[in-house]
Write a protein that binds this ligand. Structure first.
Ligand code: AMP
Ligand code: MG
Length: 409
């Protein structure tokens, strides 16, 4: 039997084959889920001008210093500044300007008195306001120009994923065109003469194809486009035809499930054994793994067919590759260190990725199913929130042991 590769060895050969996809420029509204190919720098200061952080009155601090309920200070209100106003009303000693949150602070003001600290509150419009509490200091309740970011500052870095927070930061910094990587185009291909489409009642010997649905969702979750979904009979000719089609429609990555192990009907192995590598990796599930780049650069994964094996193989090898194609800086799921709350056994000499349920408040992890690690337990996979990672040299996990746990949001 051939040597087992470590997970790290196989993963390294996968990542070595990845070249990031081309860069394109997209509008902010089209950039969700994309990965930045270049840093985003602020086009202007943010805030762009000194502005009020409260609804209240812009004042000269010297006028109101020392004001309190026993010694209120009356000021004449000479102007009104709603948010969006570009006015800069001048005012003198003993005067104030009513101002709303976000409106530019007049040049003559050096503090804001919130309306809560006045006798009449917002009802004081263009009359008199009685200040019953002085602001703490000159500058109180003024948000300064450039306090968030300054023109030219790096707001987002290359390799960052453009989620809602990042997109909002770009918008706030005045940037509306973003340089991003193209989304990977992916073919998801099930193999197995036993497969019927979901919804078709399986006859004896048949099972529903759940891997297509699983992989399509996982690929979408990795911000890639599923452009081909197919389910093939166990025939090498079907694999060749599929790859020809994948070339025609320009997919970047083909993910096969099933047909890679040592059985008699393994179409992916039969069709591709000369073109990509078929390996055994020291992990459970997911030992048989096929991977390679075709002559035209397309990446091909052959994952073992059991649904749990597919899920684990995707997380460990495929997802990092799909993110690396996008130039993503962080290609790994977050890992939490949690304590096992039950005992379980694991296969010797192979790193286990066990579908697990977690309690992040208690800091604990346990098998997601009573059935243990059976890699065919497709329906039980729904109960998994994470994969507990048990080192190859460990054969028994005992309650109380600390484990790395890959979190799957
Ligand atoms: P294989 O790797 O082709 O030997 O498949 C291993 C096991 O996974 C077999 O029990 C298959 O029936 C099952 N399997 C393969 N492909 C799928 C699929 N698309 N959906 C659900 N189960 C599958
Ligand atoms: Mg099969």
């Amino acid at each position: 039997m051939s040597e087992l590769l470590t997970v790290e060895e196989h993963r390294a050969s996968v990542l070595d084959a990845v070249t990031p996809l081309p860069v394109e420029t997209v509008r902010l509204a089209d950039a969700a889920g994309r990965t930045l190919a270049a840093p985003v720098r602020a086009a202007h200061d943010a805030p762009g001008f000194d502005n009020s952080s409260m609804d209240g009155f812009a004042v000269r601090f010297a006028d109101v210093e020392g004001a309190d309920a026993d010694n209120p200070v009356a000021l004449r209100v000479v102007a009104d500044l709603p948010a969006g106003s570009s006015d800069d009303p001048s005012f003198g000693a003993g005067e104030a300007v009513r101002i709303m949150t976000g409106a530019p602070v007049p040049t003559d003001a050096d503090a804001i008195v919130p309306f809560e600290d006045t006798a009449g509150g917002l009802a004081d419009s263009l009359g008199t306001v009685e200040v019953r509490r002085a602001p703490a200091a000159s500058g109180a309740f003024i948000r300064r120009r450039g306090g968030d970011t300054r023109t030219g500052d790096v707001v987002l870095s290359a390799g960052e994923r453009l989620g809602p927070f990042a997109l909002a930061a770009a918008a706030a910094a005045g940037v509306s065109q973003l340089e991003v990587r193209r989304r990977p185009r992916v073919a998801v291909v099930s193999t197995g003469s036993e497969l019927v489409p979901p919804g078709v009642a399986p006859g004896r010997g048949q099972i529903p194809d759940s891997n297509s649905t699983l992989l399509a969702g996982l690929v979408a979750g990795a911000d890639a486009d599923v452009t081909v979904v197919s389910s093939l009979q166990d025939e090498a000719s079907a694999i060749h035809a599929l790859l020809a089609h994948a070339a025609d429609v320009d997919v970047d990555v083909v993910i096969f499930s099933g047909g890679v192990s040592a059985g008699a009907y393994e179409p992916v192995r039969q069709a591709l054994s000369e073109r990509i590598a078929f390996e055994k990796v020291a992990m459970q599930p997911g030992k048989p793994q096929a991977f390679g780049a075709l002559d035209d650069g397309r990446l091909v994964f052959g994952l073992p067919g059991n649904p749990v094996s597919v899920a684990v193989s995707f997380e460990v090898f495929v997802r990092p590759a799909l993110l690396a194609l996008q130039g993503r800086a962080v290609i790994d799921r977050p890992i939490a260190r949690l304590t096992a709350s039950e005992d379980w056994t694991t296969p010797p000499g192979r790193r286990q990725y066990l579908p697990a349920a977690i309690d992040l408040v208690a800091g604990t992890v346990r098998p997601a199913t009573a059935g243990g690690s059976g890699s065919h337990l497709a329906a039980s996979l729904a109960r998994a929130e994470a994969f507990a990672i048990v080192p190859a040299e460990v054969s028994t996990v005992s309650a109380g042991d600390a484990l790395d746990v890959m979190l799957i949001p």
